[in-house]
Design a protein around this ligand. Structure first.
Ligand SMILES: *[C@@H]1O[C@H](CO)[C@@H](O)[C@H](O)[C@H]1NC(C)=O
Ligand SMILES: *[C@@H]1O[C@H](CO)[C@@H](O)[C@H](O)[C@H]1NC(C)=O
Ligand SMILES: *[C@@H]1O[C@H](CO)[C@@H](O)[C@H](O)[C@H]1NC(C)=O
Ligand SMILES: *[C@@H]1O[C@H](CO)[C@@H](O)[C@H](O)[C@H]1NC(C)=O
Ligand SMILES: *[C@@H]1O[C@H](CO)[C@@H](O)[C@H](O)[C@H]1NC(C)=O
Length: 477
């Protein structure tokens, strides 16, 4: 069964090698006025070389080099029949063929190549919805047409300087009957986002006959309601009591947002000041890309400002967004940001620990549990720690100061250490660090949950540590 196709293939190969001329190039694109060299080659010497360019036949003779179309090649004896065309003419668009004598018989062998004489297309046309602005999420459709090019033009799409690739449909190439000019059209679809606002959608047409690409473009205007740039309650850190405080929020919106601040009973629509000019709502400042800096200025931050919540409402034609702000005199925590859940967990854990430790110490001090004297003396170090921790915990001043005398009596080593705290060098460093961190953590938490009163721990610490290490005092502020 395979014999017939094999035989047929053999016949084809012999036809190609025996009867057909090797022609290079097989296809060329040139502009009017360019030159072109076409070479036909056979494996035997020839005595003549003819070419048809356009509708004109040329007899090419190696010694004659003055015409528009002249012989090119190493010589007829090498089987080479080439043509050098000095200046391409528009009407030569089409086939160029060479005719060479056959190795035997009387039928000439021919080679055919295609010459495309490039013709620039008309200007690109960008067809898109006539409306001047769009909403975020709208599906934007556009069509670009580059008519009547030869060869067909190439379309690329850009958003500003970035090439646009997703949402680009297959191009459609058409030509009117009778003329060999081709028109290309291509559609795009794109879901518009806030980032697209202000961008230029560009359809770029490139073509062999054009020195530089031609473009058709339109501006995209995308509107969207105010959006927050960070989730949840906003805390402004690093404010100083008595100094100016700036509460700034970054909001994204288009058209530009209007800001309204609410501080207690006071409502300020930016730009606006309150009566005594102690609070100023500044006009939102455009930072670029639709981002606005919305700022409230407190001329002097008072202690009670820290306990307040500031409300900001940002509005534009498409919607609104609300913010709640708190102030903090602490520096912004570096690194990990704890979620509210994590903070609550840590608070509960610390409270549990404190309760446990104080219960233990209380029980020991009042001899409610039967601790062997020997054991408590041997536990010098750990008792010292408990005493320290307890000192950061205490419940009632008077009762605990009574107790502390007993604690010292029961735990002599702990007492020594308590008395030595003023002299930090004597203390083992790890214990000192631990103590500081406990006090610091509590203060931090007290700040985050300003509604809850601070545990009276620090006051008790003052009683026990008559000479407080200076670090603890700094942390308290
Ligand atoms: C022929 O055209 C090529 C470019 O296609 C150019 O580099 C070359 O100089 C031209 N030769 C002549 C003889 O004009
Ligand atoms: C050009 O040559 C191709 C074969 O290479 C042929 O199909 C086509 O009809 C020719 N065109 C003209 C106008 O002769
Ligand atoms: C391209 O868009 C035009 C109008 O915008 C429409 O008429 C044409 O059918 C679309 N073509 C394709 C291939 O989607
Ligand atoms: C306030 O402005 C500062 C400084 O430009 C900036 O780092 C900070 O992120 C802004 N705060 C908010 C909540 O946008
Ligand atoms: C926003 O404005 C405030 C007050 O003018 C300024 O302190 C802050 O640095 C600004 N923030 C940004 C991100 O530009």
């Amino acid at each position: 069964m395979a014999v017939f196709p094999a035989f047929f293939g053999l016949v084809l190969v012999s036809l190609v090698t025996g009867q057909t001329v090797e022609i290079t190039p097989r296809e060329a694109v040139r502009r009017v006025g360019d030159n072109l060299t076409v070479l036909c080659k056979v494996s035997y010497p020839i005595d003549s070389c003819r070419m048809t360019v356009g509708s004109t036949p040329y007899r090419l003779i190696p010694s004659q080099q003055d015409e528009e179309v002249v012989y090119s090649g190493q010589g007829l004896q090498f089987g080479e029949c080439g043509a050098h065309i000095k200046h391409i003419k528009e009407e030569w668009n089409g086939n160029i063929s060479c005719m060479l004598p056959p190795p035997s018989g009387s039928i000439e062998v021919t080679g055919i190549m295609r010459l495309v004489v490039a013709k620039p297309p008309a200007n690109p046309q960008l067809i898109s919805p006539p409306q001047s602005n769009f909403k975020e999420g709208d599906i934007f459709m556009a069509q670009c047409i580059v008519p009547n090019g030869r060869p067909v033009a190439k379309i690329t799409w850009f958003l500003d300087d970035d090439q646009f690739l997703t949402g680009v449909h297959q191009p459609i190439i058409t030509s009117e009957p009778g003329i060999d000019l081709e028109t290309i059209s291509q559609n795009i679809t794109k879901e518009l986002s806030a980032d697209d606002n202000g961008k230029r959608l560009v359809c770029r047409a490139e073509h062999e006959a054009l020195d530089s690409p031609r473009e058709a473009a339109r501006q995209l205007v995308v509107y969207y309601p105010p959006k927050r740039t960070e989730a949840g309650q906003i805390t402004i850190f690093g404010l100083k009591i008595g100094s100016e405080g700036r509460l700034n929020v970054t909001v994204r919106a288009n058209p530009p947002p209007e800001a309204q601040w609410t501080v207690g009973e006071l409502v300020l629509a930016a730009p606006q000041k309150n009566e005594d000019s102690s609070i100023t709502a500044l006009e939102p400042v455009h930072l670029g890309g639709g981002y606005y800096n919305v700022t409230l200025v407190l001329t002097a931050v008072a202690k009670e400002d820290v306990d307040r919540t500031y409300y900001l409402r940002v509005t534009n034609d498409l919607g609104r967004e609300e913010f709640a702000l708190r102030l903090s005199t602490m520096d912004e925590p570096a690194g990990v940001q704890l979620s509210p859940g994590a903070i609550a967990g840590i608070v509960v854990a610390i409270l549990l620990l404190i309760t446990l430790v104080s219960l233990t110490v209380f029980a020991k001090a009042t001899d409610r549990w039967c601790f062997a004297d020997q054991e408590s003396r041997d536990q010098g170090k750990s008792s010292g720690e408990s005493s320290d921790t307890e000192s950061a915990v205490g419940r009632q001043k008077s009762r605990l100061s009574q107790l502390s005398a007993r604690v010292r009596a029961v735990l002599p080593k702990g007492r020594d250490r308590v008395q030595a705290t003023g002299n930090t060098e004597v203390e083992p460093e790890n214990v000192a660090d631990e103590k500081k961190s406990v006090v610091y953590a509590e203060l931090a938490l007290g700040d985050q949950n300003a509604e809850k009163p601070l545990p009276p721990s620090t006051e008790y610490a003052e009683i026990v540590y008559t000479d407080q290490p200076p670090q603890i005092k700094e942390n308290k502020e």
